[in-house]
Write a protein that binds this ligand. Structure first.
Ligand code: ADP
Ligand code: TRP
Length: 320
C-alpha cells in the first residue's frame, strides 16, 4: 500500500495541522510505503517572496522531522525537486473539465479571503492530482478540507484511464474523523489565515499567551460548566487520554473550577507532548546538512517513481 501526503510551506505549522494531518500521516508511515512532501509549487499561489518561501520550506522540514518523521520509513522531499509532477499536471489538465475545478470550495474560500485569483490558484487541484497520481498513491491522509481535492483526483484519474488506458491508481482520502476539525482560539476552524492558530513550535511564552487568549463564556468561577461547549476543553481532548478527559470534565461540572484553571491544565498537557519535539527540533536546526541530505535522498527516490508513471502517461497519450 502506498501512502502520500503533502503540506504547503505557507506559514508556521499549527496544532490544527498537527492533529489533522501530520500525526495521521506520520502514524501511517509504519503501515506501508509512505511519501511526504513539502508543496512549495503550491505555496507559490500565496507566498510571493523567495526568501520567505525558502525559510518556510526549511521550517516545515524541521517540523516534520522533529515530529517523528522517520526518513528510513518515509520518502520525504520538496515538491520542486520532482519537476515530473508539473509535466504530469499538463497531461491531467487535458482531461479535467472546467466544471470540476469550478466546484472546488477551497478556490472559492481562498478568493473570499483575499488571496489573488490566478490560473495557478484555480488549477491547484490538478497539480495536487499530479502529486498523488505520480506516485500511484492508494491512501492520502489529509484534513477534512482537503477531501474534495482527493475526490477531484479520483475523477481526473478515472477520466484519464477511460481515455488512455489503465495508467493511474485511484486514491482514497484518509480523514482522522475524531479530530476532523481542530478549533482555533475563537472556536472557528484553526487556520493561519484566520489568525486564530496556536503554533506547533511557538516558544513556551508565545504558546502561553495564545492559550490565555482562547475565547470562553462568562460563566463565573464557582458555577458548574459544560465541557462540551468549551474551546479550552476541545483542545485539551486532543492531548489527553479518555481518563484525563473524564477527570477534567468532572471538575468543570462540579464548579469552583475556572477557565483560567482549565487553560493551565491545557498548557501542561501541551508541554508534555510538545517539549520533547521542541528539543528535537532545536537539535535538527543545528544539523542542517542532515536535513538537506534527507530531502535530497527523498527527491531521488520520489523522482524515480514519478518518472516511471510519467513515461507511461506520455506513451499512452502519444507523446512518446
Ligand atoms: P491553514 O488552514 O492553516 O492554511 P492548510 O490549509 O495549509 O492550513 O492545511 C494543511 C493540512 O492541515 C491539510 O491537510 C488540512 O486539512 C490540515 N488542517 C489545517 N487546519 C486544520 C484544522 N483546523 N483541523 C484539522 N486539520 C487541519
Ligand atoms: N493542498 C494541500 C493543502 O493545502 C497540500 C497538498 C498538495 C497535498 N499536494 C498534495 C496534500 C497531495 C495531499 C496530497 O493542505
Amino acid at each position: 500500500m502506498r501512502i502520500l501526503s503533502g503540506i504547503q510551506p505557507s506559514g508556521k505549522l499549527h496544532i490544527g495541522n498537527y492533529f489533522g494531518m501530520m500525526k495521521p500521516a506520520l502514524s501511517l508511515q509504519h503501515e506501508g510505503d509512505a511519501y511526504l512532501f513539502i508543496a512549495n509549487y503550491h505555496a507559490l499561489t500565496s507566498v510571493t517572496d523567495g526568501a520567505q518561501l525558502r525559510q518556510a520550506t526549511l521550517d516545515v522540514a524541521l517540523d516534520f522531522l522533529a515530529s517523528g518523521l522517520d526518513p528510513e520509513k518515509t520518502v520525504f522531499f520538496r515538491q520542486s525537486d520532482v519537476p515530473e509532477v508539473t509535466e504530469l499536471t499538463w497531461l491531467l489538465s487535458t482531461v479535467t473539465p472546467m466544471g470540476l475545478l469550478e466546484r472546488c470550495h477551497s478556490y472559492k474560500d481562498k478568493i473570499a479571503k483575499g488571496i489573488a485569483s490566478s490560473h495557478a490558484l484555480f488549477s491547484y487541484p490538478v497539480l495536487m492530482a499530479a502529486d498523488i497520481l505520480a506516485v500511484q498513491s492508494n491512501i492520502v491522509p489529509v484534513g477534512r478540507d482537503q477531501k474534495q481535492h482527493v475526490e477531484v483526483t479520483r475523477d481526473i484519474a478515472l477520466k484519464f484511464n477511460q481515455r488512455f488506458g489503465e495508467i493511474f491508481t485511484l486514491p482514497e482520502p484518509s480523514i482522522q474523523e475524531t479530530v476532523a476539525v481542530v478549533p482555533g482560539i475563537n472556536g472557528q476552524k484553526m487556520s493561519k489565515s484566520y489568525d486564530n492558530h496556536i503554533e506547533l513550535f511557538g516558544s513556551p511564552k508565545a504558546t502561553k499567551k495564545r492559550v490565555m487568549q482562547i475565547v470562553t463564556d462568562s460563566t463565573p468561577l464557582e458555577a458548574p460548566k459544560d465541557p462540551s461547549h468549551c474551546n479550552v476543553f476541545a483542545l485539551y481532548r486532543l492531548f489527553t487520554t479518555e481518563t484525563e478527559q473524564a477527570e477534567l470534565a468532572e471538575k468543570y461540572r462540579l464548579g469552583g473550577f475556572g477557565y483560567g484553571d482549565a487553560k493551565k491544565a491545557l498548557l501542561a498537557v501541551m508541554d508534555r507532548e510538545l517539549a520533547p519535539l521542541r528539543e528535537r527540533r532545536e537539535a535538527l536546526a543545528r544539523d542542517l546538512d542532515f536535513v538537506e541530505d534527507v530531502l535530497r535522498e527523498g527527491a531521488h527516490k520520489a523522482r524515480a517513481v514519478a518518472r516511471e508513471t510519467l513515461d507511461q502517461a506520455r506513451a499512452a497519450t502519444g507523446l512518446a
